[in-house]
Design a protein around this ligand. Structure first.
Ligand code: PEP
Ligand code: MN
Length: 329
């Protein structure tokens, strides 16, 4: 395993020339502006510390989980999704799996807000297992989502499948990368360069370190506004649709400065399990929940079995408040 050395420089315009030993072109150097600091990665690391007045901090890293790690940034990162600061309290993003309706959308958005949603989610471009399943309403779905956001005066989040479509995402406050695209590195890089905050799902087949490394792809483009989202992984267990990895949420909170989201809907796979999975995620330290809520769940064109009603969302957000009081966070 290659070792890396990470530096934080004192002076933002500091040159990295002092790291480039003459004649040593086997060393790679990458300079990144993040959170107002100049961060430099160098690899392979020889294990030798550098001495230079511009170095504020340096350490050797023996992992591919680097920029998203607290190893160089101890304090929590807050991600601003318009005026919602993710990382404080528990942010709730709620809305349909896919926007498959076009009636009473404003009323539904206001109901979501009353039930405790801080952000409205809605899928417009859907990554479906079968090409013959409902693929989402595309840009028309985003028009409806924007209407919902305006009606409730809340920010909106939607999944982007293809960076060629980014022009259709004007007004979408948070760009979601789905589980199936978590290691689509070109998409990660392109979406990162857009500069908007990113909600990055964990790939359902990715280990904890691989998940963190996907966040590093976004951070390495200088976009530090990343919310990492556990959404269940594939295991031998089929009691639930996916296995919600609560242990990884707890570990991510300790080891990463990024806010952690949990999606209880996709691992649950059925509505009666959404509440317990959501509460266990909050108990493990989640800063945010992404919950599928539909005006008429049983008639939804995707994930009908796991979507809950606004009444159930209200019960869930009330239960979160009680839980947080009980565990005194
Ligand atoms: C979603 O949240 O709409 C979604 C498709 O989830 P995932 O990528 O986690 O399957
Ligand atoms: Mn879904």
């Amino acid at each position: 395993m290659v070792k890396y050395r990470i530096f934080v420089l004192k002076n933002n315009s500091a040159s990295t020339e002092f790291l480039e030993a003459p004649g040593n072109d086997t060393v790679s150097i990458r300079k990144i502006q993040l959170y107002g600091k100049t961060v430099v990665l160098m690899w392979p690391d020889s294990g030798q510390a550098f001495s230079h007045p511009d170095i504020e901090f340096q350490t050797s890293v023996d992992s591919e989980f680097i920029l998203s790690s607290r190893i160089w940034k101890q304090e929590d990162t807050m991600v601003n999704v318009r005026d919602v600061e993710v990382g404080h309290d528990v942010t709730v993003a709620a809305g349909p799996c896919s926007i498959d309706f076009d009636e009473n959308v404003e009323d539904f958005a206001i109901e979501l807000k009353r039930a405790g949603a801080n952000i409205i989610r809605g899928g417009a471009y859907k990554p479906r297992t079968s090409p013959f399943s409902f693929q989402g309403k595309g840009s028309e779905g985003l028009d409806i989502l924007r209407k919902m956001g305006e009606a409730a005066d809340l920010p909106i989040v939607s999944e982007i499948l293809d960076s060629d479509n980014i022009g259709n995402f004007n007004g979408v406050d948070l760009l979601q990368i789905g589980s199936r695209n978590a290691q689509n590195f070109q998409l990660l890089r392109k979406v990162a360069r857009d500069g908007r905050p990113v909600l990055l799902k964990r790939g359902m087949g990715n280990t904890y370190t691989e998940w963190m490394a996907t966040a590093d792809y976004v951070l390495s483009e200088g976009n530090g506004s990343v919310i990492i989202c556990e959404r269940g992984i594939r295991t031998f267990e089929n009691a639930t649709r996916f296995t919600l990895d609560v242990g990884s949420i707890a570990r991510a909170k300790k080891e990463s400065h990024l806010p952690v989201c949990a999606d209880p809907s996709h691992p649950a796979g059925r509505r009666d399990l959404v509440m317990p999975l959501a509460l266990s995620s909050v108990a493990a330290g989640s800063d945010m929940l992404l919950v599928e809520v539909h005006p008429s769940p049983e008639n939804a064109l995707s994930d009908a079995q796991q979507q809950i009603t606004v009444d159930d969302l209200k019960k869930l957000t009330d239960a979160i408040k009680s839980l947080r009081k009980a565990i005194k966070v």
